[in-house]
Write a protein of this length. Structure first.
Length: 141
């Protein structure tokens, strides 16, 4: 599963922009073969007095923490493609906010430490995972 946790100061996103970004993120992972329900996006608005960079409050900031569990990058080129894609996803938002402090990083977690609705997800690319993607629901396999 990819989990995107987007920490941001007020005014970075409105409700429509959140929905559009979450949809674009989900569309991308679906195009890579993941079930849509694997993708979780959480927006966490943080007041500037609670968002510090270098020990100072940040008036306009965004920090994205991404957990990848269902798939892992296999080499340097794959990791570069992923970071470029993420940067492209965030660029339209960042360009609207001059002086924004922005960062993101990705953690890759073992799929052995993951369950959905009490089920261990099927192996990546398996027939069971393809069924989950088609039906867009976790079921016993």
């Amino acid at each position: 599963m990819p989990l995107w946790t987007i920490h941001h100061t007020p005014g970075i996103f409105n409700a429509e922009e959140k929905r559009a970004l979450a949809s674009r993120i989900t569309d991308h992972y679906e195009s890579a073969g993941l079930p849509r329900f694997y993708v979780v996006t959480v927006f966490h608005e943080i007041e500037p007095e609670d968002f510090y960079v270098g020990g100072e409050p940040t008036q306009v900031g965004i920090r994205v923490v991404i957990d990848h569990i269902a798939r892992h990058a296999v080499d340097t080129e794959s990791r570069r493609r992923i970071t470029q894609w993420i940067n492209q996803m965030l660029s339209p938002t960042l360009e609207r906010h001059p002086g924004v402090h922005s960062e993101f990083h990705i953690d890759e977690t073992s799929e052995e430490l993951w369950m959905i609705n009490g089920l261990v997800p099927p192996p990546g690319g398996s027939d069971a995972e393809k069924r989950w993607a088609k039906e867009n629901v976790a079921t016993a396999y």
